[in-house]
Design a protein around this ligand. Structure first.
Ligand code: ADP
Ligand code: MG
Length: 474
């Protein structure tokens, strides 16, 4: 018997948890050394007393727990603030088990307390750091959102304003996907996955997407995400969302102004082209006065040509349509060739179109594609001071893209200049803008395509315009 008592006693005092055994009324029957240590009471002080171990504010909760204990249900790992003899407190994780007699009646309780102050302190510190971190973000001019598992945890003021929220509460508990097009969800999920898997310092490249405001309207945005920290096992991701509306507007303005300057530069050729048929018209009309013959046919032809040139001129000057339609690229190319014929005449340049295969239908903005073709062809014409040939051909690239290749026999571009192309304001022409190729690149990239320039000095230049294909023309 003595041995058993000795063993129980050592067991009580070997554990690193505080143990207290009380009867049904809460009077202490036994405590271990750790309990004495945790609370600052000695065993002799507490035996037979009812200890004031909970704070006033927790009394109601404690009473409820006591009720379930009386009913025989244990309490496991309950986090509570515990009192010490000197009135100070500590955090403990508490497990209380009812002890029953042979008849199943509860006759007492065994309480086990584990000191978790350190952990709590670390948690509080983390929370405090999180608070500071959010404060840092709050007034950041870039719209920022923190999200975990796709759910919004925090938005800063700029983000709230961008999406038209009244306050950050409007975002609470919402999924980030509500702010994207439903079709983009998989893409975003994949991107976030990548961000979370890679190194913490890795952020995703900014990528463009349409996003939705609270009022349901969509706007152009670019988004980049970075993994920030773990919160309860799940990575918190910070995304920066930039509004591209203004940038898009100024890009469009550049495209428009380049178009206008193009038209201005072409005006000379066009005026020339209109003047020529007009001169012959005048002559024939004068002749008609004397004899009534079939010069009228020629007159009609010339008139139609004037009409064509003027019409094309007008379409070019019209504002861009801002949407894509299924377009026949061949027709676009042919109409641009017709339109540039006068300019080509001025330079003594022939334009040759090679047609040896089906040309697919492309979903595009036809006005913009025309603008690109005019830019590129005009450059090609102007590269041949003493005349020459421009060869236009088409190539299917793996059935996925159509490549329009425009090859001239002009002066070519040196290697160092080649690297500068596409930069704004680089021009070698007296009346050039140096915006043409930059605008072409923007337009083609906006279509998901690519513009490539190959050139050899004094041999000529080939410009390849690659556009993704939607369907094959029947
Ligand atoms: P711009 O035609 O107004 O000068 P671009 O951006 O269209 O502006 O072209 C920039 C420069 O690139 C031209 O000034 C010219 O030097 C060079 N370039 C473009 N295309 C060709 C070409 N096909 N052959 C030779 N040089 C070219
Ligand atoms: Mg040009």
């Amino acid at each position: 018997m003595r041995l058993k008592e000795y063993l129980i006693d050592s067991l009580m005092n070997l554990t690193s948890d505080g143990i207290v055994i009380v009867d049904v009324h809460g009077a202490v029957l036994e405590v271990n050394k750790k309990f004495e240590e945790l609370h600052g009471w000695t065993r002799d002080e507490v035996i037979g007393t009812i200890l004031p171990m909970v704070l006033e504010q927790d009394k109601a909760d404690a009473l409820q727990l006591y009720q379930s204990l009386i009913n025989g249900e244990p309490i496991k790992n309950f986090e509570a603030i515990k009192l010490r003899k000197d009135g100070s407190t500590f955090y403990a994780s508490v497990t209380v088990s009812p002890v029953k007699n042979n008849d199943g009646l509860v006759i007492g309780f065994v309480g086990v307390e584990r000191d978790i102050s350190e952990r709590k302190k670390a948690e509080d510190e983390l929370l405090e750091r999180e608070k500071q971190f959010r404060k840092l973000l709050k007034l950041n001019p870039e719209p920022i959102v923190l999200h975990k598992d796709g759910f919004i945890q925090f938005v800063n003021d700029a983000c709230c304003k961008l999406f038209g929220g009244a306050s950050s509460d409007d975002f609470k508990g919402k999924s980030i996907y509500e702010f994207f097009c439903p079709a983009d969800k998989n893409l975003i999920v994949a991107r976030l996955q990548q961000v979370m898997q890679t190194d913490q310092d890795n952020y995703s490249e900014f990528f463009e997407r349409k996003m939705r405001k609270f009022d349901g309207t969509f706007f152009d945005a670019e988004i980049s995400s970075i993994y920030v920290y773990k919160n309860m096992g799940n990575p918190v991701v910070q995304s920066v969302i930039r509004d591209l509306t203004e940038r898009k507007k100024s890009e469009e303005a550049i495209i428009r102004s380049e178009k206008l300057s193009l038209i201005g530069q072409l005006a000379a050729g066009i005026a020339h082209d209109i003047r020529n048929p007009l001169t012959s018209l005048k002559g024939f009309v004068q002749l008609l006065k004397t004899r009534n013959t079939d010069y009228v046919d020629v007159m009609m032809e010339e008139l139609e040509h004037i009409n064509y040139v003027v019409n094309e001129f007008m379409t070019l000057a019209k504002p861009h349509l801002n949407y894509y339609i299924e377009s026949k690229v061949l027709e676009l190319v042919q109409s641009v060739i017709g339109f540039l014929q006068p300019h080509a005449h001025l330079y003594n340049v022939q334009i040759q179109l090679e047609l040896d295969q089906e040309i697919p239908i492309i979903s595009c903005n036809p006005d913009q594609i025309k603008q690109v073709l005019i830019n590129v062809l005009k450059n090609a014409i102007e590269s041949m001071e003493s005349g020459g040939l421009i060869h236009i051909s088409f190539r299917n690239s793996f059935q996925q893209a159509l490549v329009i290749s425009i090859k001239d026999q002009g002066i070519g571009i040196s290697e160092e200049r080649l690297t500068q192309l596409g930069e704004p304001f680089f021009t070698t022409k007296a009346n050039g803008t140096g915006l043409g190729l930059m605008v072409c690149k923007r337009i083609i990239e906006g279509h998901g395509g690519k513009l490539t320039i190959l050139s050899k000095i004094n041999q000529g230049t080939t410009v390849e315009i690659e556009l993704p294909v939607t369907s094959i023309e029947k």
